[in-house]
Design a protein around this ligand. Sequence first.
Ligand code: FAD
Length: 537
Amino acid sequence: MKSFDYVIVGAGSAGCVLANRLSANGKYTVLILEAGGSDKRFWVQVPIGYGKTYYQKAVNWMYLTEADEGTSNRKSYWPRGKVLGGSSSINAMVYIRGHKKDYDDWEAAGNPGWGYNDVLPYFKKSENNQLGDDGYRGTKGPMHVSDLSKDLHPLCQNFIKAGEELGLKNNDNFNGAEQEGIGLYQTTTRKGFRESASKAFLHPALKRKNLKLITNAHATKVLFEGKKAVGIQYLHKGKTKQVYAKKEVILSGGSINSPQLLQLSGVGPKKLLEDQEIPVIHDSPAVGQHLQDHLGMDYLYKCTEPSLNDELHSLWGKFIAGVKYVLFRRGPLSLSINQGGGFIKTRPELPQPNIQLYFSPVSYTRAPAGTRPMMNPDPFSAFQLGLTNCRPTSRGEIKIKSSDPLEAPTIKPNYLSTDEDIQELLEGVKYLRELAETKAFKEIVIDEFRPGPSCKTDEQLIEDIRGYAWTCFHPTSTCRMGPNPDENVVDSNLKVHGIDNLRVIDASIFPTVISGNTNAPAIMVGEKGADLVLADA
Ligand SMILES: Cc1cc2nc3c(=O)[nH]c(=O)nc-3n(C[C@H](O)[C@H](O)[C@H](O)COP(=O)(O)OP(=O)(O)OC[C@H]3O[C@@H](n4cnc5c(N)ncnc54)[C@H](O)[C@@H]3O)c2cc1C
């Protein structure tokens, strides 16, 4: 059997960072296994391509959740990246780290070393921000973060003015001293291309002789000697293969696949494993539990000013946008559609913002909620005001359906299963309407065409939330970090409780989902995780 010092499963946001950092000093041999293939694909590299990769089986696990009572018994479509870079290769590129208090709460939950002051250096270490260091931004890291304010749609200014009318501060760095306020999003892009974790961290490191990557390698089981992880079994080109890890096995398969792989390998809730006739290596009740995700809502407005709809709707418009991109790497193809944003408190007494705002100068009413026909917007000028909840209290779970590693697990989000979550979204959508009622928007808005003015009582608004809200693609916490092994999967060194030589390092370890988008935090976990691994080496 071949052997390496470290075997990493999953070349996603966190896995790519690990591959780079663990191989950097040349002392250790590192293997990274990725179930997906190459990221050298047009729609992965072009920023707006995430509208295409959203449904592309070649690069996407394309999960479907169970029907959830809280969302009117709807099943949710959950895209996850199955390609080098993982979900960072198919995401919407918004660069947000979360609120300081999120990390101080992680530490207070019994995780020393994970407070804001501890994790800030890791965020900075990964980042090369175009705007330079302001005490919070990194400038020497491998991952470029771009400020595209000059390229963003002029309607973003109406959004910012609307927020200011409601008393929000114009915030030019949501990752800086204060998260609250309204402003423009920065993105993980570089010179008009997507800056995924594979591009920033993995590809440059592949020159090293001590780092090996195998693509289209689907890990099916962690191999154990007693309670010590010693390797990985995986499927590659139709064959079952095994590889030995001399020091550690590291799972970085993301919030759905890491708990799935643990359960398949015999680490999980005893009863579940016994029901599936999987030999129990270690009874760990929390594997797959505590699933959290942000939920999104949009309100849509027709307007008198041209929006991106006018640029992209016609064939001619698409052609011009294509030419702009090919010649100058600029224009709508080089951007995310999430251009403006903000963080607000729906009640002033709250210690930190509880709603994240999104402004997109584009609309897609002919598409079902949550779908992304980016290049085919509505044939009239319109924009959307959107939101997500920052710290949902509903909790779901991930469970294997069988011992077949190729069968997708059951995903039960339990969305909107608490009154707090419903109340928060209700307050949030009312705020969207307040924004639309400001002078800055009133002078250009023709009407609200989704959900529309007839949806007005609290009951109607809640019914609309339950019928329309969809995932914001941020599942976390299914291999939660924390001190008590009965309630958590990994300790604060990211080592799996009760098992030797096995860590989980990805978004599944978040003690709670952070207030914002989860790519930068997953990369931070990769950075800090690499230091923890090397400290033990
Ligand atoms: C459509 C979409 C839009 C998003 N938009 C944003 C955004 O704008 N900003 C933001 O910050 N975040 C966004 N996110 C979320 C963010 O990208 C993720 O939270 C983050 O990438 C998660 O990182 P990870 O390392 O935990 O997992 P991933 O990046 O998902 O990586 C897991 C990797 O492991 C591989 N893998 C899994 N199982 C196996 C196995 N058994 N064997 C081998 N390999 C395996 C997968 O193929 C994948 O490559 C979005 C996500 C999606 C899907």
